[in-house]
Design a protein around this ligand. Structure first.
Ligand code: NBG
Length: 860
């Protein structure tokens, strides 16, 4: 440093230290006292929103608040980036086509530990804090469990100080907004970006180019080696948008990096000058279409060209970004797998292995075998479903036309792989056919799950049962070849969002009893067990639940004009609508109760409020008909005086993260009633139990482990097991026999078929009933009686309020295992081999200066 610069620096530092105004200036951006927050809020309203108070809308208030919160995250965010760069930390790259983050504001306040100050500051300014939080339009960049799991894992990785990057797609339109019109689902576009997104920062300087189409050519390089290059027909620019992911009560703030597609040249002057005005922006329009919209499918494959383009686009951007990071940290490409551990969240990003091979072999000129070693050591694959219709495969013609080089690479991987299979299992051509990366049974396809299995060092399922079934069914051949690759990672959910943010009453109660710290170590809630029979604590617990139920009842009344009794049992099923999840089994039970009450108006039953919520994929007609059935039963039941208010059926529209946070705390009974063997894990089941709801459920997914954890006596189990389901199907299942043999079931089905719930239209629900009577792939009729009996047991249990409260407390206090912190720790040890790298912000500020060196030295 020359002397003049040194003098200048010293002078600047001196000024900064002594200058009161400068100090205050920083206080406005980082201070967390109530005064500082109020001041920053008013300033943001003026300087960021550009509004005088008189003209400010609620949304302006939200933006002013969001910006002041973001300011307060920036030391941590920049400090984390700098610390990871300096220490060249091993990093988890979580590749996921979906991140269902939910609203950021409240979560950031919780994790930063300034929730109470901010609430107080807003209230002192005369603003309704809840109302402010409610202004945030959540980024619905996912369909359901898979996307939400990715979000919970980001929260846990940051909270555990694990260096990580979430990589995904910045969809302009997320999951559609669901409305209900005359009982049917209607879909509206989700314009979540319309009013701007205060949580993201665009990084156009790190944009990458992605190629599509064209052909490949071979050539000989200067060293005389045979090489292949890809000559694409289209190139698109990917711009990263970064969102900070703050850990809970730590200085770590990791990054979620979502890619937006843009045209490389957004305006073609030549074309414009020829008078073709539309043509001049055509490339822009077609490139941007790539990240326009999230495919609203859950569990089923879309099979569309655009979908494959989206997958390749975000994977290619992300891998190139990793190479940029390597370069920045002067790490040789041969050490790629030591720097990065890549997790493939389902098969959506599975093309990553072919793209990494292309980059290593074609661009970095590594030997194939070395490149393959690196690829395999870098990748791990999580499977999220056993449903065969969800296994992604792409027609060869489509694949080859979009990704000609990748198809060649996949053929090469396949040739070598099948050689290995042939050696291990000689003369087993059926096995070769099943394991091939190419399905050749009819039209030829690329099988993405096979590609993921072959290219990954570890393959995991998401609950014990699911991981076992994977080995026995869909991935059996791969298990027999690579048993050491397989493991189980039972899902978890973050207690910060699903308890602290969703249920402040419960949070306060628990902290009063067992002190701080349990939100970081959820196992600590075990200490509440001893209070489960304490009548004082039970009373408090009861009041906590009742208050949440009154709140939800208030919303329901406001929204639909339906009065529900908060003292009735809230029996809740919220999740995507799908036949395997069996919302229609729940509906059959309601119809049974309804019918009994109609036939015997004197009958006393336990008053229940049945609450449903969930979206149906727009092209999934049966799921849409299931919604119509529920709303139709509700329409009849809610107004019928014969029922004497003993039954209410509510369908909450637009189930999303925001709405779900209001539902879990208010639930008494959690419906987890999928056909055994079909639900990979479920994570809603965990959120309910953490909030003190009891589960009625089958032995499916994580229900099995939840039941083990909370105790069989605190769980309402019913139904066939996965083995029994398989056996029954194998032996031949005739659902009609159950219908004919069970008068209650027959009565319920006949009542629906009669048109009673559909204004006399007997044909409306016929497709649904026919499917049950003649196919019933999800065994509703076989499980019906067991379910109805179990519901009777539930009603009886609820009437003994003391016993119910004890069970509820025990459920909540035994859920420690299901924190996503535990899951992420297991991933770190078993799969990622990544250790925490704590960030110390005070040290960082001392060493690098308040602005990471920028004010204390001259910029380059
Ligand atoms: C879903 C499963 C759920 C599971 C989540 C997260 C897909 C493909 N799968 O049971 O259905 O909880 O993944 O693992 O969305």
């Amino acid at each position: 440093m020359d002397t003049s610069l040194k003098t200048e620096t010293t002078a600047r530092l001196a000024i900064a230290d002594s200058n009161e105004a400068a100090q205050q200036n920083l206080e406005h951006r980082t201070g967390t006292s109530i005064e500082a927050i109020k001041q920053a809020f008013l300033e943001n309203l003026f300087f960021v929103q550009g509004k005088p108070v008189a003209l400010a809308t609620k949304h302006d208030y939200y933006m002013a608040l969001a910006h002041l919160v973001r300011d307060r995250m920036l030391y941590r965010w920049n400090g984390t980036a700098e610390s990871y760069t300096q220490d060249r930390c091993r990093t988890v790259c979580y590749l996921s086509a979906e991140f269902l983050m939910g609203p950021h504001l409240g979560n950031n306040l919780i994790n930063m530990g300034i929730y109470d100050q901010v609430k107080a500051a807003m209230e002192e300014l005369g603003l309704d804090f809840e109302d402010l939080l409610a202004q945030e339009v959540e980024p619905g960049l996912g369909n359901g469990g898979l996307g939400r799991l990715a979000a919970c894992y980001l929260d846990s990785m940051a909270s555990l100080e694990v260096p990580s990057l979430g990589y995904g797609i910045r969809y302009e339109f997320g999951i559609f907004e669901q409305g209900i019109s005359q009982g049917w689902q209607i879909e509206r576009t989700d314009k979540w970006l319309r009013h701007g997104n205060p949580w993201e920062v665009a990084r156009p300087e790190w944009a990458t180019e992605v190629m599509f189409g064209g052909h490949t050519e071979s050539y000989t390089d200067a060293a005389g080696d045979y090489r292949v290059r890809w000559v694409p027909s289209q190139e698109v620019l990917g711009t990263p948008y970064d969102t900070p992911i703050l850990g809970y009560q730590v200085d770590t703030a990791n990054t979620l990096r979502l890619w937006k597609a843009e045209a490389i040249e957004s305006f073609d002057f030549e074309v414009f000058n020829q008078g073709d005005y539309y043509g001049a922006v055509e490339e822009k329009v077609s490139s941007e279409n790539l990240t326009k919209v999230l495919y609203p499918n859950d569990e089923t494959l879309a099979g569309k060209r655009l979908r494959l383009k989206q997958q390749f686009f975000f994977v290619s951007c992300s891998l190139q970004d990793m190479f940029r990071i390597l370069k920045g940290q002067t790490i040789p490409v041969e050490e790629f797998h030591e720097k990065f551990s890549i997790q493939l969240n389902d098969t959506h990003p599975a093309i990553a292995s072919a793209e990494l091979m292309r980059l290593l072999v074609d661009e970095y000129h590594l030997d194939w075998n070395i490149a393959w070693e690196i690829t395999q050591q870098a990748m791990a694959y999580t499977n999220h479903t056993l449903l065969p219709e969800a296994l992604e495969k792409w027609p060869i013609s489509l694949f080859g036309s979009l990704l000609p080089r990748h198809l060649e690479i996949i053929y090469e991987i396949n040739t070598r792989f099948l050689e290995l299979v042939r050696m291990r299992f000689p003369k087993d051509s059926a096995r070769l056919e099943r394991m091939s990366l190419i399905d050749e049974s009819g039209e030829r396809y690329v099988r993405m799950a096979n590609l993921a299995c072959v290219s990954s060092h570890t393959i995991n399922g998401v609950a014990k049962l699911h991981s076992e079934l994977l080995k026995q069914t869909v991935l059996k051949d791969f298990y027999e070849l690579f048993p050491e690759k397989f493991c189980n990672m039972t899902n978890g959910v973050t207690p910060r969002r699903w308890i602290a943010l969703s249920n402040p009453r419960l949070t306060k109660m628990v902290t009063e009893k067992i002190g701080e710290g349990w939100l970081k170590e959820l196992e600590k809630t075990k200490q509440l067990e001893s209070l489960a029979t304490d009548s004082g604590f039970q009373d408090e617990w009861h009041e906590m639940k009742s208050a949440a139920k009154r709140e939800l009842a208030g919303r329901i009344h406001q929204q639909f004009g339906v009065l529900v009794d908060p003292t009735s049992m809230f029996d809740v099923q919220v999740k995507r609508i799908h036949e395997y999840k069996r919302q229609h089994l729940n509906a059959l039970h309601i119809v049974t109760l309804y019918s009994q009450l109609k036939q015997n108006p004197q009958m006393e039953i336990l008053p229940r409020t049945f609450i449903f919520g969930g979206k149906a994929a727009p092209g999934y007609h049966m799921a849409k008909l299931m919604i119509k059935l529920i709303t139709s039963v509700g329409e009849m039941a809610n107004k019928d005086p014969d029922l004497r208010n003993q039954l209410r059926v509510i369908f909450l529209p637009n189930y999303n993260v925001t709405n779900s946070q209001r539902v879990y705390p208010a639930s008494d009974l959690s419906e987890q009633i999928s056909t055994a063997g079909k639900e990979a894990s479920g994570t809603g089941n965990m959120k309910f139990a953490m909030n003190g709801a009891l589960t009625i459920g089958t032995l499916d997914g994580a229900n099995v482990e939840i039941r083990d954890a909370v105790g069989a006596e605190n769980f309402f189990l019913f139904g066939l097991t996965a083995d029994e389901v398989a056996k029954m199907k194998f032996e031949g299942y005739t659902p009609r026999d159950y219908y004919l043999g069970n008068p209650y079931l027959k009565d319920a089905i006949d009542l629906i078929a009669s048109g009673h719930f559909s204004h006399g239209d007997g044909s409306l629900f016929q497709p649904l009933l026919d499917k049950l009577l003649y196919q019933d792939p999800f065994m509703l009729l076989a499980d019906y009686q067991a379910y109805v009996d179990c519901q009777r047991t539930v009603s009886k249990a609820y009437q003994d309020q003391r016993r119910w409260l004890e069970m509820s407390i025990l459920n909540a206090s035994r859920m420690g295992y299901f924190s996503s912190d535990r899951s992420v720790q297991e991933y770190c040890q078993r799969i990622w081999k990544v250790s925490p790298a704590p960030v110390d912000i005070d040290r960082y500020i001392k060493v690098s200066g308040r602005f990471g060196g920028e004010l204390s030295c001259k910029l380059h």
